[in-house]
Design a protein around this ligand. Structure first.
Ligand SMILES: Cc1cc2nc3c(=O)[nH]c(=O)nc-3n(C[C@H](O)[C@H](O)[C@H](O)COP(=O)(O)O)c2cc1C
Length: 149
């Protein structure tokens, strides 16, 4: 049984939970890092022209740097990210669709400013082809995932 905690975090909240989770589950950790790091201005969604809005409303692919070695060796992936516009950020779906998820068990955790998980898992499942998504929840700290596995 081999587990990977895979996460994206623009402002650090999800990163903190992901690191704790990896320690608790004795899992490997991989950060999805956008090829172009988000600046504070990029994340200012109150500005219609901000990068985040252009990517979301333009349904853009957002490339990341690096690749997970031996992705096929993981049975379980715990995938974490901030909720953006009620779902997963484009960089997460762009990253995930490049891998073969066949036979993997996936748990999704998200941090948010108040939004619930909603349809996040169902929408993301298109990019996790072949995976079985066991659970998806908005969390505030890693201990809220103690019941996973
Ligand atoms: C572009 C953008 C869109 C966001 N959209 C939502 C949203 O739809 N619902 C919500 O509750 N929070 C939203 N947030 C807030 C983040 O989900 C929240 O601050 C999250 O914990 C940030 O995680 P991070 O520090 O790992 O990046 C948004 C933040 C950004 C920057």
């Amino acid at each position: 049984m081999k587990t990977l905690v895979l996460y994206f975090s623009a402002e650090g909240t999800t990163a903190a939970a992901a690191k704790q989770l990896a320690a608790i589950k004795q899992a490997d950790l991989f950060e999805i890092r956008p090829a172009e790091t988000y600046s504070a201005a990029d994340l200012r969604y109150t500005n219609p022209l901000a990068r985040c809005n252009r990517e979301f409303f333009g349904k853009k692919d957002v490339p990341a740097v690096g690749r997970i070695e031996n992705f096929s060796s993981y049975d379980t992936v715990m995938l974490g990210f901030p909720i953006w516009y009620g779902g997963a950020p484009n960089v997460v779906s762009t990253f995930c669709k490049a891998y073969d998820w066949t036979g993997k068990t996936v748990y999704i955790f998200a941090t948010s400013g108040g939004s619930a998980i909603g349809k996040t898992a169902k929408r993301l499942s298109t990019f996790l082809h072949g995976a079985v998504i066991k659970d998806a929840r908005v969390i505030h700290q890693a201990t809220e995932m103690d019941d996973w596995m």
